[in-house]
Ligand binder design. Structure first.
Ligand SMILES: NC(=O)c1ccc[n+]([C@@H]2O[C@H](COP(=O)([O-])OP(=O)(O)OC[C@H]3O[C@@H](n4cnc5c(N)ncnc54)[C@H](OP(=O)(O)O)[C@@H]3O)[C@@H](O)[C@H]2O)c1
Length: 272
């Protein structure tokens, strides 16, 4: 097959958790535009249906599935619906996640963060990718084929103030990616792959309040981020689509267990 043909996603069945969020929705749009059949997963049926209507109107093939990523039975039900409709699952993108305001320690010592808030952020961002990966991964393993893409963060590699639970969870995603990539390839063959992208900084609903002031100007935190980003700007969510597309496609057939930064150089730069 030609190099270009290896990137084709026509007809591939791809499940996107957090599929109508800012980043998940952008990825779902990109994959649908590339010809994949996209299952948009989240807890809100109206939001999932709205994105499916948009993707379908644009000529894509999409379906909505409602599930809490922390509920194994609900995720299993969603998997069954997708397989009943489309026969298989070729890829899973774990885009559900994000910070939990109560778990943040901006402006207060970490000792004041309630343990239940810590656990909520940890579970959403770690278990929330592990549960779907195990549920859909079992189906992929039985078929000997499938690609899982997790969403890590810059918070997994260096201390970013205010977000301990989120950072611990994303560091967990990095080792989960390596561990599962290793396990699935060794036990079920070279058709199984598990990788992650590590986005740099993108202004989305969940972090807008700490990055942008009410008057639209940048917060001091934003200025620090941009000073530490060699490209000198935030990313646009559309700039994450290429890496996810590649990891879902046969073009990445010998790539597993890696975490790909999409960060404008943030993780490469010492700050000096
Ligand atoms: N924004 C950034 O700069 C940045 C940087 C690095 C990594 N990330 C990561 O990128 C991912 C997406 O972030 P985002 O900024 O696009 O966030 P977002 O717009 O808040 O989207 C999060 C999505 O996850 C879904 N979700 C939350 N809890 C869920 C649950 N228990 N079960 C099922 N779905 C659930 C939400 O839908 P419902 O609540 O309706 O279910 C929503 O669709 C997250 O993992 C985040 O950590 C973001």
């Amino acid at each position: 097959m030609s190099a270009a043909a290896n990137f084709r996603l026509d007809g591939r069945v791809i499940v996107v958790t957090g599929g109508y969020g800012v980043i998940g929705g952008t990825i779902a749009r990109g994959l649908a535009a590339a010809g994949a059949r996209v299952a948009v997963m989240g807890r809100n049926a109206d939001s999932a249906n709205a994105l499916v209507a948009e993707l379908t109107a644009a000529g894509g093939t999409a379906m909505a599935v409602t599930a809490d990523v922390l509920d194994e039975a609900q995720v299993g039900g969603a998997r069954d619906i997708v397989i009943a409709a489309w026969g298989q699952v070729d890829a899973l993108v774990n885009a559900a996640g994000g910070n939990v305001a109560r778990a943040r320690s901006d402006g207060r010592p970490i000792f004041d963060v309630p343990m239940d808030a810590f656990e909520e952020a940890l579970k959403l961002n770690l278990h929330g990718s592990i549960v779907p990966s195990l549920v859909f991964g079992a189906t992929m393993a039985a078929r000997g084929q499938g690609s899982i893409v997790c969403v890590s963060s810059m918070a997994s590699i260096q201390a970013i103030s205010g977000v301990l639970a989120y950072s611990v969870a994303k560091a967990g995603i990095d080792i989960f990616t390596k561990w599962m990539g290793t396990e699935l390839a060794r036990r079920f063959g070279d058709g199984l792959r598990v990788n992650a992208i590590a986005p740099g900084f993108f202004v989305t609903t969940q972090n807008r309040g700490v990055l942008i002031n009410a008057d639209g100007s940048l917060t001091p935190r934003s200025r620090t981020i941009i000073d530490r980003t060699p490209m000198g700007r935030f990313g646009n969510p559309e700039e994450l689509v290429g890496a996810v597309h590649w990891l879902c496609s046969d073009a990445a057939s010998f790539v597993t267990g890696v975490v790909v930064p999409v960060d404008g150089g943030f993780s490469a730069f010492s700050g000096v």
